[in-house]
Design a protein around this ligand. Structure first.
Ligand code: SF4
Ligand code: SF4
Length: 136
């Protein structure tokens, strides 16, 4: 059976330069489509990818990634902001790898663009009043 899934991969710093993606394609016969990629301020790599192939190859590929220290997250979860709690402090703005937060140049309000969010979870611990929430 063929599968195609969108997932978030988080690479620790030591893996950022390693040919992980190449190995997935070559050794596990998977198709790999990178939808977004960035490096967080603490040098962790983050990629949103679509991974397709036969179920057994997909499972082997995922096992290969996790045993090599790559963290995998499904995109089915959603991150939302509790507007009552947000104090517009701006702590989330630089930490978000996909630039889902924008500061209004006039009012200094921090706007959250949910459509840009890949649910990586980095803003959740970075937000002092815990305004960012993950929903499964
Ligand atoms: S979870 Fe937070 S830091 Fe991650 S992409 Fe979404 S808004 Fe940005
Ligand atoms: S870190 Fe939290 S409180 Fe600060 S601007 Fe971002 S969402 Fe609002």
């Amino acid at each position: 059976m063929a599968v195609s899934k969108r997932i978030v991969l988080r690479f620790p710093q030591r893996l950022v330069d390693r040919p992980i993606v190449y190995r997935l394609v070559k050794d596990f016969d998977l198709e790999f489509n990178i939808l977004k990629a960035s490096v967080t301020p603490d040098e962790e790599g983050l990629m949103v990818v679509e991974l397709s192939g036969k179920q057994q190859d997909y499972d082997k590929g995922i096992k290969y990634l996790t045993t090599n220290g790559v963290k995998i997250q499904s995109l089915s979860q959603d991150v939302i902001r509790n507007e009552d709690r947000c104090t517009d402090c701006g702590a989330c703005v630089t930490i978000c790898p996909t630039h889902a937060f924008e500061v209004d140049p006039v009012s200094r309000e921090v706007k959250f663009r949910n459509e840009k969010c890949v649910a990586c979870g980095l803003c959740i611990t970075a937000c002092p009043p815990r305004a960012m929430e993950v929903h499964f």
